[in-house]
Design a protein around this ligand. Structure first.
Ligand SMILES: [Zn+2]
Ligand SMILES: [Zn+2]
Length: 121
């Protein structure tokens, strides 16, 4: 088995509300399209170099920002979701995307990281 994390299959969940990614280590990660959209790491959405992005000042997005029309592979390290609004600037590295997984295991890992951060403050 290859040691490099790679998606074998990328699909919408049956209810159409989540993106499912089947990885080459057997895990199938799933992330709701809403969560995926809000985690867009691009400079427009999330800001860069001290500038706040668009998402920081919004509480809600137009409905067409949550409709996924495709997923573009970027090299062999990232995927760029294409939203109905036309937004396609978010490069989700495999590592980043996998860590957005909402399964109990990945959620528990995230909570541990957040707790640790809280304790450092
Ligand atoms: Zn974005
Ligand atoms: Zn998971």
């Amino acid at each position: 088995m290859s040691e490099i994390l790679e998606p074998l299959d990328i699909r919408l969940s049956e209810d159409g509300a989540s993106l499912e990614v089947e990885w080459n280590d057997g895990h199938v990660s799933h992330t709701t399209l809403r969560a995926l959209r809000w985690k867009c790491p691009c400079a427009i959405c999330n800001g860069e170099a001290g500038h706040r992005g668009r998402l920081a000042s919004l509480a809600e997005l137009p409905p067409d920002e949550y409709v996924l029309t495709g997923v573009q592979p970027i090299g062999r390290y990232a995927l760029a979701p294409v939203w109905k609004s036309g937004h396609d600037k978010g490069l989700y590295t495999y590592f980043y995307l996998r860590n957005l997984c909402e399964c109990p295991d990945h959620t528990a890992v995230r909570e541990r990281v957040e707790m640790k951060r809280g304790m450092e403050i």
